[in-house]
Design a binder for this molecule. Structure first.
Ligand code: B12
Ligand code: SF4
Length: 468
């Protein structure tokens, strides 16, 4: 009898028929002048992972920003970390791209060493690979990750989504080497792509439930309650990333938090919301109420800041009781005209009342941080100095948020007109460290002076403030 070896029927990517499809999520390394881990997590991928997992996919994550990788520790040393989950990443100084030739700062690759990244990718199997990209100017890490995937999984289709392909789709099409780009929300496009690849359709969930994987939950996790933002500030791209504001489901967030705590002991949670306080009566407040009855030892952080206009005493008190360790506020400027021109966010004279709510609720002044926006097109340094002095005069901490021009924001055309960098050609120069909108009225040296001023004035003493 002839020895017939019967080949198993294969579908896409060499997967045996009937076997669970394998989805590999890849969070790339980052190239930048500086990078601090203020709760930087692959949130979008984890959310997609939940959809894929529910549809029967075997979901695996390769996180290039892992800070516990053994080989990287042996080569580069252990990065300094804080117990609540912030800190440094592995860092290797690399050659600067030629566009940055005149910039006197070192440029670095952040993340696990290349050999570890490749080994992790090689050790996984994949029927489909999903890569997500953060800032537009972080695309070099995306290209590196996709090349590594290609090397070990030449037949696996690679999908790229997130901020970079959403805000710079043409550039991403030319440069990224991905097979499929997803700009903006994933649901419809993902369905279409998976269909084309003869892979099972995913099970969408409107709620912001991420898949819970151990390495995304060490010490800290990112969560999101509401999607999008009801405002449309001229310097922000939120609307093109998520076209409408969708208030979240407090029960679903509570499930996620409880599950992360019981499975992995996660105690710190950072909100990725654009507008956490918007529609708080049906979203944040009920969530905080569920929490306060639970007595779990949890801490909450707001790396993205909240809207001053939506803050009241009730929400301040509920946040304090629930374990918010700090409150970051999107203050931006003390000048009324700034808000009239750019964001209509709030009346700056309201800061005093809003801070009073926070202090009465039990927050210390040093636990309150006001972001002041610096480096907008043709913004003068005096305006930023005034805003720093004004916010700091309440005794709270002040931090600069350095402007990064983003395509699809209302200020983009003005930014193109005044920038001395090729913003439209290469997203690398969206990087706020180089101060893309510098001009004689606000130089790099002025920016440093503002940063020093903010640092020196961020002391706990409380004075009676006066608007400039
Ligand atoms: C959370 C956040 C942060 C966090 C984490 C950053 C990060 N990238 O993870 C922190 C606080 C660290 C941060 C910091 C800053 N941020 Co920020 N941040 C955000 C925010 C609010 C969310 C980003 C995020 O992770 N979203 C998760 C998204 C991607 O998930 P999602 O919506 O579920 O994704 C959907 C789709 O995108 C898609 N998708 C996503 N990935 C993938 C992958 C695949 C394969 C597929 C198929 C689909 C897909 O599917 C999902 C479901 O539909 C955005 C604004 C926004 N609304 O997005 C700004 C934003 C990214 N930040 C911005 C800026 C300017 C900054 C700062 C420079 C601010 C400052 N001046 O200091 C700093 C710099 C960061 C640094 N150097 O460390 C800009 C981007 C600038 C740029 N050039 O790219 C944004 C867009 C805000 C803006 N101004 O418009 N930020
Ligand atoms: S800057 Fe903040 S308030 Fe303004 S549109 Fe963006 S997310 Fe909304």
């Amino acid at each position: 009898v002839a020895n017939v070896t019967k080949k198993p029927p294969f579908v896409q990517g060499g997967r045996r028929a009937g076997a669970r499809p394998r989805a590999l999520l890849v969070y790339p390394p980052i190239y930048d002048f500086a990078l601090y881990d203020l709760f930087l997590k692959p949130f979008a991928l984890l959310r997609l992972g939940a959809w894929l997992g529910r549809a029967g996919y075997d979901v695996r994550l390769v996180n290039a920003l892992d800070y516990k990788d053994r080989r990287s520790i042996a080569t580069l040393g252990q990065p300094k970390r804080e117990r609540w989950g912030t800190g440094k990443f592995f860092r290797q100084v690399v050659d600067k791209p030629s566009l940055f030739a005149g910039i006197e700062r070192s440029y670095a690759r952040y993340g696990i060493v290349e050999q570890s990244l490749e080994e992790r990718i090689a050790s996984e199997r994949a029927d489909v690979v999903l890569v997500s990209a953060g800032m537009t100017y972080w695309y070099p890490g995306v290209v590196e990750a996709i090349r590594a995937v290609r090397k070990y999984h030449p037949r696996a289709p690679v999908l790229l989504g997130g901020i970079y392909p959403t805000l710079c789709p043409e550039h991403a099409r030319e440069v990224s080497e991905a097979d499929y780009l997803v700009s903006g929300p994933a649901a419809a496009r993902l369905e279409e792509i998976l269909g084309k690849l003869s892979l099972p359709a995913v099970t969408f969930n409107e709620d912001e439930e991420p898949v819970l994987l151990p390495e995304a939950n060490w010490e800290a996790a990112a969560v999101r309650l509401n999607r999008g933002c009801p405002l449309a500030c001229a310097y922000c791209s939120s609307r093109s990333i998520e076209p409408k504001f969708v208030p979240g489901n407090p029960d679903s967030l509570w499930r996620t938090v409880r599950e992360a705590y019981s499975r992995y002991g996660t105690r710190s949670f950072a909100f990725y919301d654009d507008a956490l306080l918007a529609r708080k009566e049906t979203a944040l407040l009920p969530f905080l109420e569920s929490l306060s009855g639970s007595n779990l030892p949890l801490s909450f952080y707001l790396p993205n800041a909240v809207h001053l206009r939506f803050l009241d005493f009730e929400s301040a008190l509920a946040m304090k009781r629930a374990g918010f360790r700090e409150v970051r506020l999107g203050f931006e400027s003390a000048l009324r005209d700034f808000h009239i021109n750019y964001d209509r966010k709030f009346e700056p004279s309201l800061l005093a009342d809003k801070l009073e709510y926070l202090l009465q609720a039990g927050f210390q002044a040093q636990e309150v941080i006001a972001y002041v926006l610096a480096g907008l097109p043709r913004q003068g340094v005096e305006e930023v100095e005034q805003s720093i002095r004004y916010a700091a005069s309440f005794g709270i901490r002040v931090q600069l948020a350095e402007y990064s021009p983003t395509p699809a924001s209302a200020l983009w055309q003005t930014a193109l007109k005044y920038s001395c960098f090729p913003l439209a050609e290469d997203p690398l120069v969206h990087n706020n460290t180089i101060m893309p909108m510098r001009w004689k009225g606000f130089t790099l040296e002025d920016l440093q002076t503002c940063k020093d001023l903010a640092r020196s004035l961020s002391s706990p003493s409380v004075h009676s403030p006066r608007l400039p």
